[in-house]
Design a protein around this ligand. Structure first.
Ligand code: SF4
Ligand code: SF4
Length: 380
């Protein structure tokens, strides 16, 4: 277990930065040939830097929009203000209070004090929300998901608007393919059920109450939040080995596999919503892989570096024997592209059009390797 000092130090780091980097989840840390730079592509202030197996986030530059956390395929960047689970819980409680409508508001719109703060979930920017949160709310009974924004065109976060559009489009595609009639909708006005005539008192009492409670319990709260975050959400422990040791290929020929909470939430939510009614789904959360076995030389590097184990050696084969089969599970694939990046034969292709039957087929798809040519014997 991490010591109390470690936990408090992490809590203090979280206070400074609304986004925490979990280094060994980043593809570029796991393999310097990884081409992923999605976080850098959406960060409007250049707060993220990647070089030679290292990723750093400049907390003083970060504007807390959360866009990087929603595009990272491996959840290497985690918003801690709030955490996904806390945000989903707040939105679910608001949906109950609203009779079914889950409402999110950006901070700019919330600051207008038009709405009851118990009836919506606030985020710094709507780019913080990803499709797992939306689909999860629908699975739990939300009959509307509304994303209320201020005037994005004049907002300091305006350049991440395409991220919000992408999340809404991908979430709605998942919902439609699973037969749900609910759609996430962007709007610039709170629904009537959330509005109050004068929300000033509600905000005032909420903030005063929060501050007085926080004064007495700040340390305990920080410790509890950090402990939960470190151990459950981020998979980080102060007592674990250094990153170089953590990322070593094991005797079984694999790098440490990552657990993907966001993908698990989404698969479970889709399963609850209903059976897929389309053959394929366009998604960025999952992917499907093909291997050209005529090009493949059975080196198995794709399986070694696949961060989730979506591509893996047949578990019954021994490492000492030539590779005969690779197995692929679409539900574990996060469309990160690492397998494509590490295949020097160009044999791996990745698609965002995922067959729904494959997504819910828990038997992996097998690729039979072409039998390597037999070695000529020195005796004939
Ligand atoms: S998006 Fe995630 S995996 Fe990709 S470079 Fe950024 S932190 Fe690493
Ligand atoms: S199969 Fe390829 S794209 Fe999918 S998670 Fe593994 S490395 Fe990433």
């Amino acid at each position: 277990m991490p010591s109390l000092n470690d936990i408090v130090a992490m809590a203090q780091a979280m206070e400074k930065s609304p986004v925490v980097v979990v280094e060994d989840r980043c593809l570029c840390v796991r393999n310097r040939n990884a081409s992923c730079r999605r976080c850098m592509g959406v960060c409007q202030v250049g707060a993220i830097a990647i070089a030679a197996n290292e990723i750093t986030l400049d907390a003083s530059a970060c504007m807390a929009c959360g866009a990087c956390t929603s595009v990272c395929p491996t959840e290497a960047l985690v918003s801690v203000a709030p955490l996904d689970a806390d945000l989903s819980r707040a939105a679910a409680q608001a949906a109950v209070a609203n009779g079914g409508a889950a409402v999110f508001s950006c901070a700019r719109m919330a600051a207008k004090h038009q709405a009851d703060p118990a009836r919506f979930a606030e985020v710094p920017c709507l780019a913080r929300i990803d499709e797992s949160i939306i689909v999860g709310l629908v699975a739990h009974g939300a009959d509307q998901v509304l994303l209320v924004d201020g005037d994005c065109a004049s907002c300091k976060y305006r350049s991440v608007q395409p991220c919000i559009e992408a999340t809404v489009a991908y979430a709605n595609e998942l919902l439609a393919v699973h037969g749900s009639s609910v759609r996430a909708v962007r709007t610039s006005a709170f629904p009537d059920s959330v509005l109050v005539e004068d929300a000033g008192d509600l905000y005032g009492s909420t903030r005063r109450g929060f501050l007085s409670e926080a004064a007495g319990a700040a340390r305990e709260t920080a410790v509890a939040a950090a402990r939960t975050t470190i151990e459950q959400e981020l998979g980080y422990s102060a007592e674990k080995l250094q990153i170089g040791e953590r990322l070593r290929v094991s005797a079984s020929g694999e790098m440490p596999r990552l657990h993907m909470p966001r993908h698990e939430v989404t698969i479970n939510a889709l399963d609850d919503i209903g059976l897929p009614c389309e053959e394929n789904v366009e998604t960025r959360l999952f992917g499907t892989v093909d291997i050209d076995t005529d090009r493949c030389n059975a080196c198995s590097m794709c399986a070694v570096f696949c961060p989730t184990g979506a591509l893996a050696r047949d578990p019954v084969e021994k490492m000492s024997e030539p590779l005969r089969y690779l197995e692929f599970s679409a539900s574990d694939c996060v469309q990160c592209g690492m397998c494509v990046d590490v295949c020097w034969k160009g044999a791996v292709s990745l698609s965002a059009t995922v067959p729904t039957a494959e997504l819910f087929d828990f038997e992996p798809r097998a690729f039979a390797m072409n039998t390597p040519p037999p070695r000529r014997s020195a005796f004939g």
